[in-house]
Design a binder for this molecule. Structure first.
Ligand code: ADP
Ligand code: MG
Length: 367
């Protein structure tokens, strides 16, 4: 079982061009060559000082979608076919580039990690079938759901057909399954993209209906790869998760609905961070049962590879919060106006990593 935690700093957007980029990628120690592994954020209380956070790898504003995929995701495809499960997360405050990283834009160059992953899976499927002279057949299916307020909603189901309570989950031979979740076969990239786009439409419309921004739910795509040779089958899953915004939800505007949302987002992100930390420290106990998302993903229970991409904006957190406020007011009243404390910080597999809780407390004090 392995976990990589990497950071990606997005470029300044058009409306930010007059701002300073204060979050920077740096290389470790005195080295000036090599790939960066440090994110440096100035201390707002003392400009002469900066906070440094270590990652397995850091991507700056110039990093392309292709680079992120080639370095972090492409190598996992081989393992997926060799019996490992792959889980990819995009973690970060709203507006930092999670959806851009995962889904990306329409052009070939702007495509995110998800369509590229599928493309890699189909290529490997064809290769496997060819190498075994057709003896091994590969089938790919997908399911796609969101977790909102700790409830599971099938994204293949039209929002008006959903039951408000969401789909039940059940333990099935040590595995947690979502009962009634749609699973669609997709044999080509084109077929996948059609299904994925259609489900994403359901995501945005359901968000308006539930009076919630899509940044308040976790979107979980599961791609199942079934390899059959004679009467033997091998099933492995690649999951890609666009997480709910990790803004400081305690300071979110009051109102009962927002408070319920915040509590469930805080809890699930906190449990997720604890699981990632436990896996990276190779601890025996991984608290994956403590939230619905980590439970359904069986995080850390399988023979698996996890990659967590922490998305960051190059701006100070206060700027980002301000912009989000403006955007929310424009897009969707009642305003989603989180006050964002700081860049979210997740543990790295480095021994220097402090516990997530300590770092969050430190970061909050600095703010
Ligand atoms: P999130 O999903 O974390 O809320 P988005 O992915 O929607 O954030 O990104 C916010 C905005 O920034 C979008 O307009 C997006 O196109 C842009 N953006 C994010 N990352 C990049 C990047 N690496 N390069 C160019 N634009 C980006
Ligand atoms: Mg998003």
């Amino acid at each position: 079982m392995s976990v990589r935690v990497v950071a990606r700093i997005r470029p300044l957007l058009k409306l930010e061009l007059d701002k300073d980029t204060i979050v920077e990628a740096a290389t470790a120690g005195s080295e000036t060559i090599g790939s960066p592994t440090i994110v440096r954020i100035p201390n707002p209380k003392n400009e002469a000082e900066a906070f440094s956070f270590q990652f397995n790898s850091v991507y700056d504003q110039k990093a392309t979608q292709q680079q992120i995929f080639d370095n972090e995701v492409a190598p996992t495809v081989k393992h997926l076919f060799n019996g490992f499960d792959v889980t990819l997360f995009a973690y970060g405050v709203t507006g930092t580039g999670k959806t851009h990283t995962m889904r990306g834009g329409k052009t070939l160059a702007e495509r995110g990690v998800i369509p590229r992953l599928l493309s890699g899976i189909y290529r490997r499927s064809r290769k496997t079938e060819k190498d075994t002279s057709g003896e091994t057949q590969v089938q790919v299916t997908m399911s796609y759901y969101e977790i909102y307020n700790d409830r599971v909603y099938d994204l293949f189901e039209a929002p008006e057909k959903r039951t408000p309570a969401g789909l039940p989950i059940r333990d099935n031979g040590g595995k947690t399954v979502v009962v009634g979740l749609t699973e669609r076969p997709c044999t080509t990239l084109k077929e996948f993209e059609q299904l994925y786009d259609q489900a994403n439409v359901n995501r945005s419309t359901s968000a308006t209906k539930l009076n919630a921004h899509s940044s308040r739910s976790h979107a979980i795509l599961c791609v199942k790869v079934v390899q059959s040779t004679g009467d033997q089958t091998r099933i492995n899953t690649a999951s890609a998760i666009d997480l709910a915004g990790s803004e400081d939800n305690r300071r979110t505007d009051n109102g009962k609905e927002r408070l319920v949302e915040s509590a469930s987002i805080n809890k699930s992100l906190f449990v997720l961070a604890q699981c990632v930390e436990a896996i990276s420290r190779k601890q025996a106990r991984i608290p994956y049962r403590e939230s619905k998302m980590t439970r359904i993903l069986s995080l850390g229970q399988n023979n698996g590879i996890t990659v967590m991409i922490l998305n960051l904006a190059p701006l100070g957190s206060k700027m980002l919060a301000l912009q989000e406020k403006i955007r929310a007011r424009r897009d969707a009243p009642p305003a989603l106006a989180p006050s964002i404390a700081t860049a979210p910080i997740v543990p790295t597999s480095s021994v220097q990593a402090k516990s997530l809780k300590t770092r969050m407390q430190e970061a909050e004090k600095a703010d």
